[in-house]
Design a protein around this ligand. Structure first.
Ligand code: 4AD
Ligand code: MG
Length: 451
């Protein structure tokens, strides 16, 4: 008769009891008459000791990393100085191999930190995911998603699921992925914003968490071709309400995630310097950012000018698109979240309205975070019919396929606004990762669609 209790590796200490555990070999150290194993499952890690007759078995002598095992034994408490997970150790009296690992790729799982060859690590992503860093980030990701949903419930936003296959663009034609939809032209969605706007009248404030797709031609540390887009749309608001909402949701999400001791532990390990931001976030107008860049001698790199021309790099001017590098330098120096607002209209998407106080600029906002730069893009939306028609014209969009969007302005229009947050960028900031590629299971970017 078996008196063992099945436990997961992260579950509370059971000193003195006999338990059965299932997991994979994460690390092991063989000594003369003992083998120390760090066993892991999805919930945690446990130190296991094989001694006596157990280490004389063929299975113990040929043990490899990642091999899956069932182990039974006695739990013992250890002093914190022993540095074992949860200060305990399992003294095995039985084990059986469930699935032996080939042993040829065993070094790969924790190579992310060790700086392995990036292409190999990407090809072997299915194994690299088992490493400490990626598995922690993926668990934080799950907790962050759950927290966003809760934060939205608390702010009375309802979740909707807009389509991914669409026939309209939101953020410009240059980054559209097109495909044949039966006999018609269609695209993978860049943003669900236009669809969210159509839900306001029936459901009130809404949000969605769906992948967005962008055919980004540049390889940067913060661009993916497929990313998780958290978008919300709010009815009957003014610009300042939009900023207040973004700030509130982000701070609530961080609070919820850190309330879970397991997640707080992962974040502490991944990003020891992380501190929840204080509110209100710093607000800065685009025009003031330009002045700041000029003062700090951070130049504009004008790609329309030949490489060797003296005008290639020049001080920023009003109207310049603040590039990724300049934006990040500014954010890193200020080292706090920044709401950057009131961008020139020409730099922004067609649906953004003019600021009533300054017709040159849009009621738009980017939220910038230290280490990453932009993690949120949002704005008020043009809600006047004639103004919207003029906006289509300004950017050269044929309004015909947008009839359903335009109709919102004919049937009970309202001042409204919303935003989109890139989940991987948020995670890169929270978990202190260098690139968004570390914050998604299987990154998709230029020329990478495997595995
Ligand atoms: O600034 P963007 O392009 O804004 C929109 O799509 C709006 N229509 C959203 C809305 O108002 N509902 O994208 C929003 C955010 C960015 O701030 C960034 O965090 C993320 O989406 N993002 C990307 N993340 C990873 N890879 C890419 N290629 C991204 N493009 C945008
Ligand atoms: Mg943007």
């Amino acid at each position: 008769l078996d008196d063992t209790e099945d436990i997961t590796l992260g579950s509370a200490d059971k000193p003195g009891t006999r338990v059965k555990v299932l997991g994979r070999v994460h690390r092991f150290r063989s000594q003369k008459d003992v083998i120390f194993i760090t066993l892991k499952d999805g919930y945690g890690q446990m130190q296991v000791v094989f001694a006596g007759d157990l280490i004389k078995t063929y299975a113990a002598l040929t043990l490899t990393l990642e091999t899956s095992l069932v182990i039974k034994g006695q739990m013992r408490e250890l002093p914190p100085t022993a540095k074992a997970p949860l200060n305990r150790e399992l003294h095995a009296d039985f084990f059986r191999v469930i699935g032996a690992a080939a042993g040829d790729k065993e070094a790969i799982t924790n190579k992310v930190q060790a700086g392995g060859d990036p292409q190999t690590l990407l090809d072997q992503r299915h194994l690299v995911l088992r490493g400490d860093v990626l598995s922690s980030v993926m668990k934080v990701r799950a907790a962050v998603l759950r927290a966003f949903r809760q934060a939205y419930v608390e702010t009375r936003c309802m979740e909707v699921a807009p389509p991914s296959m669409v026939q309209t663009q939101v953020e410009g034609g240059a980054t559209l992925f097109g495909f044949k939809y039966y006999d018609e032209e269609a695209y993978l969605t860049q943003s669900s914003q236009l669809y969210l706007e159509t839900c306001l009248a029936s459901m009130g404030d809404v949000f969605c968490i769906c992948p967005s797709f962008r055919a980004e031609k540049s390889l940067t540390r913060r661009h993916l071709s497929e990313y998780m887009h958290i978008e919300a749309e709010l009815d009957f608001i003014e610009f300042e309400d939009l900023l207040a909402h973004i700030e509130k949701v982000i701070c609530r999400v961080i609070e919820l995630v850190l309330q879970d001791p397991l997640m707080a532990g992962y974040i502490k390990e991944l990003n020891p310097d992380f501190k929840p931001p204080s509110t209100p976030f710093k607000r800065m107008k685009y025009a003031d950012a330009i002045d700041w860049l000029v003062e700090h001698k951070i130049d504009f790199d004008d790609e329309d000018v030949p490489e060797d021309h003296p005008e290639r790099k020049r001080p920023h001017r009003f109207g310049d698109d603040i590039a990724e590098a300049a934006e990040r330098q500014m954010t890193d120096i200020m080292n706090v979240p920044i709401f950057l607002t009131h961008f020139p209209l020409e730099l922004k998407a067609f649906y953004m309205p003019k600021d009533p106080a300054d017709a040159r600029v849009a009621q738009a906002v980017d939220l910038l975070m230290p280490g990453v730069g932009e993690i949120v893009g949002g704005s008020m939306r043009i809600w006047d019919y004639e103004e919207l028609i003029a906006a289509y014209k300004r950017v050269g969009i044929d309004p015909t396929p947008y009839y359903w969007y335009t109709d919102q302005r004919k049937y009970g229009t309202s001042p409204h606004g919303g935003y989109g947050l890139g989940l991987e960028r948020f995670l890169a900031w929270l978990c202190g990762r260098f690139t968004v590629r570390e914050c998604v299971l299987y990154p998709r970017f230029t020329n990478r669609c495997t595995p």
